[in-house]
Design a protein around this ligand. Structure first.
Ligand code: R5P
Length: 302
């Protein structure tokens, strides 16, 4: 099995290769002055199983195009099977028509991946469990929740898990089971689809149990940070003491790092599904790696 990496998260790809006892196979990715890219495989891959690591945010379009070119280069060079490790699957929040007239962008991505020659996709903590149904190729859905559970256990104090919206209820129940049925509560969140503005009206479940020592907000991703910061301030108003966050994907758009850094949150745990540049890191941020989880999955089928 040969491991290749696009440019979106080389540290994760290198870490993965190390865990698999190998090194990244070489690729040439040349960027022309107008921004177009030329991709070339620099190693023989005839009849080889090839893995390409390339999360797709930010910038999703640029990263997807690069992935398509790498896959095409591998296919033309004779690779027998191509697995795309896309730890963060860009466009996953556009998985159905929300308002009449919209495109289903994720379906376009799924079609292009299959058409381009990808045999299997490996991804993490998808926004909806129905997403694999959109794909006409195998999509393996891994999760960072076991990694989060280990970390929450280490925190040791009495905690309650908080989902910042009803959509996260399944996730929070799974995590609660992993933690010996840790209590959980769910915030009622509304997002205006046109403006993106978030409002939170209250907390459901486990009445008052969020007043325990630690309130642990769990989400799939942090993009603008509005969901987390609004949830944290609601919890503070309701009397929560220490507020922690666990989110798989650090999309970190706009001012998210500053908002999170300036908030009342104690710590923000994310994973390395997306590479976080130094400029977006802040003292409260803790990054947990998913490399071992991907390595285990790849070893299963090799
Ligand atoms: C929404 O349903 C998701 O689970 C996340 O809560 C959301 O995408 C986070 O976005 P933002 O950080 O922009 O509020």
């Amino acid at each position: 099995m040969k491991i290749f990496s696009g440019t979106s998260n080389k540290p994760l790809a290198e870490n993965l290769a190390k865990k698999l006892g190998t090194e990244l196979s070489p690729l040439e990715i040349h960027v022309f002055p107008d921004g177009e890219k030329r991709v070339r495989v620099l190693e023989k891959v005839v009849d080889e199983d090839c893995v390409v690591v390339q999360p797709t945010s930010p910038e999703p379009d640029k990263n997807y195009m690069e992935l398509f070119f790498i896959v095409d280069a591998l296919r033309r060079s004779g690779a027998s099977k191509i697995k795309a490790v896309i730890p963060y699957l860009g466009y996953q929040r556009q998985d159905h028509v929300f308002r009449v007239g919209e495109a289903v962008s994720l379906e376009v991505i799924a079609t292009l991946l299959k058409w381009g020659g990808v045999d299997e996709v490996i991804s993490f903590d998808l926004h909806s469990i129905k997403i694999p149904e959109i794909f006409k190729i195998k999509l393996i859905h891994l999760s960072a929740l076991p990694i989060f559970a280990e970390q929450i256990k280490k925190m040791g104090k009495e905690s309650v898990l908080i989902s910042p919206d009803m959509g996260g209820i399944r996730r929070i129940k799974i995590l609660s089971e992993m933690l010996n049925n840790m209590p959980y509560a769910v915030i009622e969140k509304n997002r205006d689809l046109a403006t993106g503005k978030i409002t939170m009206s209250g907390i459901r479940g486990e009445s008052a149990s969020w007043r325990k020592e630690n309130a642990v907000i769990v989400d799939d991703m942090i993009s603008t940070g509005s969901t987390i910061v609004t949830a944290a301030s609601l919890l503070k108003d309701k009397g929560a003491k220490n507020i922690y966050v666990f989110a798989a994907h650090a999309v970190f758009s706009e001012d998210a790092p500053k908002m999170l850094g300036d908030s009342s949150l104690r710590k923000v745990f994310v994973t390395d599904t997306i590479d976080i540049p130094k400029s977006k890191r802040f003292p409260k941020l803790k990054i947990l790696s998913v490399a071992e989880t991907i390595a285990k999955q790849l070893k299963k089928n090799s």
